[in-house]
Design a protein around this ligand. Structure first.
Ligand SMILES: [Cu+2]
Length: 240
């Protein structure tokens, strides 16, 4: 009991720290911003793609599925890596013109990793027309657990505070997994199928950059951004 109290106390402190950090971001004019772009590659021989056993609704889900937990493309390009600059000041984060979309199609979450500005409302859609269930596990924002039958084509979930990664599962189809990444500033990206990413308008300076991949964990890199220049990096994760 006592231990529980201590643990929940720590959780409160951790949440307070995160909230405090959220308000620390300072909006400034960035007339001479630089761009960070490049690739994240898998270091080593890529493991064979994992297979998923479809145990339910194969007529909609398909019979053979490839695991999304680690996706490696041409030239070892590593997809679905969150790249987040540890920036404390910069341009104002604009709300997306359209709500970020998170679809369920052939019993997969699309996109697998959805990154967005904190305060966004996520449009969760169901293209499959069968019962899915959107189940997020948050520690800073409220978690959400809602059935999405076919007569409910859209569920909207607002994610108010910065927090990542937020795990998303479907309780109907146990293999369905994804992550939401809610950011406090605009300096983040998710690598595409070739492992590429681009982040613009960074104030010149030295930065730490967090890389996160769900299977390979977290890694921090360093980079210097020069005024109005494009800095290209080639980073690696995993392997060994
Ligand atoms: Cu499902």
């Amino acid at each position: 009991m006592r231990r529980n109290l201590v643990v929940s106390g720590l959780a409160v402190v951790a949440a307070a720290c995160l909230a405090g950090r959220a308000s620390a971001y300072e909006v400034i004019a960035v007339p001479d911003g630089g761009t960070l772009s490049g690739t994240v590659k898998y270091d080593g021989t890529p493991p064979p793609p994992g297979k998923i056993e479809v145990t339910k609704d194969p007529e909609v889900c398909g019979k053979d599925k490839t695991s999304p937990l680690i996706v490696i493309g041409q030239d070892n390009g590593l997809a679905n890596v969150v790249v987040a600059v540890q920036a404390t000041k910069g341009v104002k984060m604009e709300a997306p013109a359209q709500n970020p979309s998170f679809d369920q199609k052939t019993c997969e979450f699309r996109p697998h990793i959805l990154a967005f500005p904190a305060g966004s409302t996520i449009d969760v859609t169901n293209s499959d027309g069968i019962l899915h269930n959107i189940h997020t596990t948050s520690t800073v924002n409220p978690s959400s657990n809602q059935a999405q039958p076919k007569f409910k084509p859209k569920i909207q979930i607002k994610v108010e505070k910065p927090e990542w990664p937020i795990s998303v599962k479907c309780d109907v189809h146990g293999w369905m997994s994804g992550y939401w990444v809610s950011q406090e500033h605009p300096y983040f990206a998710v690598t595409d199928a070739t492992g590429s990413f681009k982040i613009a308008d960074l104030p010149p300076g030295d930065y730490k950059v967090d890389l996160w991949q769900e299977k390979l964990g977290k890694k921090t890199e360093s980079v210097t951004i020069k005024p109005k220049e494009s800095t290209k990096v080639s980073w690696t994760m995993g392997g060994k």
